[in-house]
Design a protein around this ligand. Structure first.
Ligand code: DAH
Length: 319
């Protein structure tokens, strides 16, 4: 410290020397100036080193990404909390990986579609009242945020047509977000998730379909289940069924407590034809059902509105 003070004093004196320049005869001024400059440079160098020696260079480097100084108490607002994936996304992964283990490919659905894919290609007759049953939203341009993942059936069939001719099989599941213009309550949301399944081969049967669905639900709920079907109506399947499972005891169910989980059936020949697949040669079955409902049963949730609420108290339960 003393050393530094001494050097600084020297520098001050040296600077005062510069004032003498004008008294020096012109022919000696250059040499005088150069000598002063050299002394000054050497002095500044010593001062810098003395200053550096003052600092404790072992101090932790500064973390410029820290929300506040290391010794300050973190304000509530800044307290860092590890986030987590949305439960529906976690469960969608679980759903698709079960199907993948069973040999299915996964193709993602879309968020905006058109009249052709949503209805025409699925054998909905023009002006047929069944179109109204889907409570569709529409954009001003006439596009439709899809009301079901079946909107992807035509695309799946077309995309896998070549593979069908080569391998004799299409087996694809399509998870996706869907939208319906309906009154929202504990069991209805305007935005939810579905998963569609499409299976085509030369000789597939309804029995195979029920086997696949049973296998899926038993894997998902990790136990043996009682299943039941009842006749349904969808323009794109013939015959059409509603598929139900008996609510397991472990999830609060009683005997005979059957829950409808999805719609399914044998793909209508017109749907195959519209995708360029010969219905004389190939047959298929398809199914589609809500993911939210599946997850609600698994976790005993009573209100579907939690999923889209962004409520952290709800989401933290799934960390
Ligand atoms: N898309 C139908 C719905 O949302 C469910 C459905 C029924 C899908 C039968 C299918 C099917 O693939 O074959 O209500």
């Amino acid at each position: 410290m003393e050393e530094l003070e001494k050097l600084k004093k020297e520098l001050k004196d040296l600077n005062a020397e510069y004032a003498k320049i004008k008294e020096i005869p012109a022919e000696k001024r250059g040499a005088f100036g150069r000598e002063l400059n050299a002394k000054k440079m050497a002095l500044l160098d010593k001062i810098m080193k003395a200053e550096e020696a003052q600092y404790d260079m072992t101090v932790e480097p500064l973390d410029v990404t820290a929300p506040c100084a290391p010794n300050e108490k973190l304000p509530e607002l800044y307290s860092v909390e590890q986030g987590s994936r949305h439960p529906l996304m976690v469960e969608l992964d679980r759903v698709t990986s079960i199907y993948q283990m069973m040999g299915f490919d996964v193709m993602e659905s879309r968020q905006l579609d058109d009249e052709y894919h949503m209805f025409d290609s699925l054998n909905f007759a023009k002006e047929h009242p069944a179109r109204d049953g889907y409570d569709t939203f529409r954009t001003e341009e006439g596009y439709i945020p899809p009301a079901h993942t079946s909107t992807m059936q035509n695309r799946v069939l077309k995309a896998y047509k070549k593979k069908l001719d080569e391998t004799g099989l299409i087996s694809v599941v399509v998870p996706g977000r869907v939208y319906r213009n309906e009154d929202v309550d504990a069991t209805h949301e305007h935005t939810f998730y579905q998963c569609e399944g499409v299976y085509v081969s030369e000789s597939c049967t309804m029995g195979q379909m029920l086997g696949i669905l049973r296998e899926f639900f038993e894997k998902y709920y990790e136990q043996k289940l009682n299943i039941r079907t009842q006749p349904g109506y969808f323009p794109f399947t013939e015959p059409s069924l509603e598929f139900m499972i008996e609510k397991p005891k472990s999830l609060g169910g009683k005997k005979g407590d059957f829950l409808e989980m999805l719609g399914c059936g044998m793909i209508h020949p017109n749907v195959l034809k519209m995708a360029g697949i010969d219905p004389e040669k190939y047959h298929g079955f398809a199914w589609g059902g809500g993911i939210d409902r599946l997850v609600m049963l698994r976790y005993g949730l009573k209100d579907v509105r939690h999923f889209e609420s962004g409520n952290l108290n709800f989401l933290r339960n799934f960390k």
